[in-house]
Design a protein around this ligand. Sequence first.
Ligand code: NAD
Ligand code: UGA
Length: 458
Amino acid sequence: MSNILCIGAGHVGGPTMAVIAKHCPQHRVVAVDINAEKIAAWQSDRLPIYEPGLKDTVLSARGRNLFFSTEIERHIAEADIIFVSVNTPTKTFGRGAGKAADLQYWEKTARQIVENSTSPKIVVEKSTLPVRTSEAMERILNSNDKGLFFDVISNPEFLAEGTAIRDMEDPDRVLIGGRETDSGQVAVQAIVDIYAQWVPRDRIITTNLWSSELSKLAANAFLAQRISSINAIASLCEKTEADVSEVAHAIGTDDRIGPNFLRASIGFGGSCFKKDILNLVYLSEYYGLNEVAAYWEQVVKMNEYQKTNFVAKMVDAMFNTVTGKRIALFGAAFKANTSDARNSPAIDICQALLEERAQIVITDPHALDNAREALGEAAEKVVFEPDPYAAAQGAHAIAILTEWRQFVELDYGAIHEAMIQPAFIFDGRNILDHRALHDLGYNVYAIGKPPRTHFPGA
Ligand code: NAD
Ligand code: UGA
């Protein structure tokens, strides 16, 4: 039996510890957080995040070998293995501001581990970190006067929100990086043994520490780059009457390219892609690799363009003004099946439309509270409406900003009747049946597709 601790019970710490506890009844798993409200929610029936399958997984182990607590110091002292899954946002001040990772929470955690330890431990980087952070971690941890030795392991997480439980239960791979020393390899094996309880051994990849750290940043950069690439092609489609869905299908059938992550959209959001690419950009600049930095930075620039271009298209289509017009935004979450609105393109689009002095109403099945928080002061100017029919009532336009299944299944005939005419739909996720909407009377604009309007000569 091992005592496993996770510091940081957020979108990664909570779900990963729940899955580990479910599959490893022999271990005691505790997730701790400085946020007492969040811990109380993990202990309750209303979990702090919406994630399909999460509740069942938590309930399968909570109280048996899965515990949530705010007593960080006590649980550090008791732990054999400590996963660290605190947030690593982009630095907003000083050197590297706007690009580098802000490692203050990370370093505080390392120091807290040393202070409260009376036995050697394995410390696992679960957060996404710049390459060679584990070296700094080792130095802080092992500069102690207690004679304690800490092994540092990198075990980056690849789960995506909305499919976190599925991704953890059946991962493409688990990555574990460690030192090539005897004790480093023993530590790697201890983490392999945890995952091997449910993950086939050939999907558990072991590497050196730096490869593991860099692979996580590279994986996110490659995924985001595919989205920016298809969005760049979508812009060309809009000028040439090609259809981006047809192009994505045509290129995605090439085995070497593959079909995933080719959905043109209003741009990627979420707490990680932008932050992790900017981190890669900063690292490249740090090592003097300016061309490499510029290459990756362009992925982020393309993503910003995608959002501003979408708003510009809306304003252009609606006779060059949206001032005073009610616009219903369908979706606030950065993707479907999550309540997370951090860095959601929907929030940026909402802000841009507010600057145009549109009257905004937002609807979302799970993310309205987080959208309010993400909008900050601007939230006062926005109506938050859980019912999409009520949101669209009296609106000039609907913009689909999150690909929720619920939005596909609405009665768009009834909605059309309740809207101001001519009614517009801007499908920023290409999820609706555009021909059918046009037949109902809508003027339909999508991403990377010719518009379908009722305006002669348009
Ligand atoms: P999160 O903000 O949801 O959770 C982080 C938690 O850490 C918060 O609850 C915060 O209160 C807590 N915390 C911060 N400092 C602490 C401290 N000193 N002691 C105890 N708790 C502390 O963040 P997240 O989305 O879970 O991301 C965590 C890390 O995992 C990041 O590095 C992120 O890049 C990475 N990651 C995230 C995802 C994802 O889908 N969200 C996927 C893979 C990797
Ligand atoms: C992403 C990665 O997929 C995970 O592997 C990784 O662990 C995680 O980041 C992380 O490090 O945080 P996540 O951001 O939760 O996961 O969700 P994704 O499914 O990757 O979607 C990210 C954004 O890209 C969303 O806004 C989504 O709508 C958008 N997207 C995705 C597109 O616009 N087009 C696509 O084809 C796919």
